[in-house]
Design a protein around this ligand. Structure first.
Ligand SMILES: Cc1cc2nc3c(=O)[nH]c(=O)nc-3n(C[C@H](O)[C@H](O)[C@H](O)COP(=O)(O)O)c2cc1C
Length: 363
């Protein structure tokens, strides 16, 4: 019996299997509005048989976009555009779709990666960026302005408002983006947070903003609605955010009603030294799970069916997140199920593609 293809709870949501499509920015929105690209891209991933699809970092206000081409969920128009994409996708797939709510802070206002990804100043289609402290991301030319307490209160409210929109638009779960050096991570890490008020200094103070966001989002969604965090388990930098602080954060978030931790790594500093290789971030997810018991998603260079099966089979994590491997092969779950002798859901229109030797592949 494959554990990878057994159902499991993510909060109140039952996922058909342990495979989660990790959020992936598409840099293909205009003014925050989802486009036909999103219908095509999410539509085909929704036919993949995965347990959950989490869509790309979606900004809670225009200045929180990583690039001018990011999705947004800050207005009736951006909500309607995403609701349309979800309605089209759900007409043909019952795969639950979650959203990653985000603010990029000092890493905002960059170009599309295929155009170099450099930071854009206000005179080049970009904007003045903001962060906990006036400390820029090393390689970026435009230093951030520090957020005032009023700004912080406005941002907490913006996350809450976007959460309400996410529920209305038809998303089944919310992942709060606290990873990869974006705004909430900038508050958590002592490398980027040099504040001297109640939002900086001690671990308790650095956690204050992300936990306030969690409280506000929790209060804005129906009871039992799945809400969790994506975090970087470590900055991979000496003296930065690390796994001990991640465990403490997971404890605090769990106590305030977080349902899951999606444990990634890095992205905060250009000085990071990442020991890249298969499973390189799995020990971070395992530590969070072992120490807190919270539901976890492990992610990072998980590419092979046996590898994914081993991670959930040995209890290192409850779910695996796949990004590049499932873009490369959007039927990854079908091939994994065939390999592991399990079953997976396929659309009726494709049932005849089942290879003869896998006669029980399509459930
Ligand atoms: C094209 C692309 C876009 C990404 N966009 C996001 C994003 O919006 N939010 C996020 O948290 N991570 C993002 N990531 C990181 C992935 O979710 C994932 O954590 C990372 O690629 C490692 O997993 P993998 O080895 O399976 O690709 C992105 C990765 C790729 C390849």
């Amino acid at each position: 019996m494959s554990k990878l293809f057994s159902p499991h709870q993510l909060g109140s949501l039952t996922l058909a299997n342990r495979i989660i499509i990790a959020p992936m920015c598409q840099y293909s929105a205009t003014d925050g509005l989802a486009s036909d690209w999103h219908t095509i891209h999410l539509g085909h991933l929704a036919l993949s048989g995965a347990g959950l699809l989490i869509i790309e970092a979606t900004a809670v206000e225009p200045d929180g976009r990583i690039s001018p081409y990011d999705l947004g969920l800050w207005s009736d128009e951006t909500e309607a555009a995403l609701a349309r994409v979800l309605a089209s996708t759900h007409r043909w797939s019952d795969m639950p779709i979650g959203v990653q709510l985000a603010h990029a802070g000092r890493k905002a206002s960059v170009d599309q990666p295929w155009k170099g990804g450099g930071q854009l100043g206000p005179d080049a289609g970009g904007w003045q960026v903001h962060a906990p402290s006036p400390v820029g991301f090393e390689s970026y030319p435009n230093p951030p302005r520090p957020l005032t307490k009023d700004d912080i209160a406005r941002l907490v409210a913006a996350f809450a408002a976007s959460a309400k929109r996410a529920v209305r638009a038809g998303f089944a779960a919310i992942e709060l983006h606290g990873a990869h050096g974006y705004l909430m991570h900038q508050f958590l890490s002592p490398v980027s947070n040099r504040r001297e008020d109640e939002y900086g200094g001690s671990l308790e103070n650095r956690m204050r903003f992300p936990l306030a966001v969690l409280d506000a989002v929790r209060a804005s969604v129906p009871s039992g609605y799945p809400v969790g965090f994506r975090i970087s388990g470590t900055d991979w930098v000496e003296g930065g955010w690390d796994i001990e602080q991640s465990v403490a954060f997971a404890h605090a978030a769990m106590a305030r009603g977080a349902d899951f931790m999606h444990v990634s790594g890095g992205g905060l500093s250009a000085k990071q030294q990442i020991p890249l290789g298969p499973n390189y971030q799995v020990p971070l997810a395992r530590a969070v799970k072992e120490e807190t018991g919270i539901t976890t998603i492990a992610v990072g260079l998980i590419t092979e069916p046996e590898q994914a099966e081993a991670i959930v089979g040995t209890g290192e994590a409850d779910f695996v997140g796949l990004a590049r491997a499932i873009l490369y092969n959007p039927r990854w779950p079908w091939h994994a199920a065939a390999h592991l002798g399990a079953s997976v859901k396929a659309p009726n229109q494709y049932l005849r593609s089942q290879p003869r030797q896998y006669s029980k592949l399509f459930a």
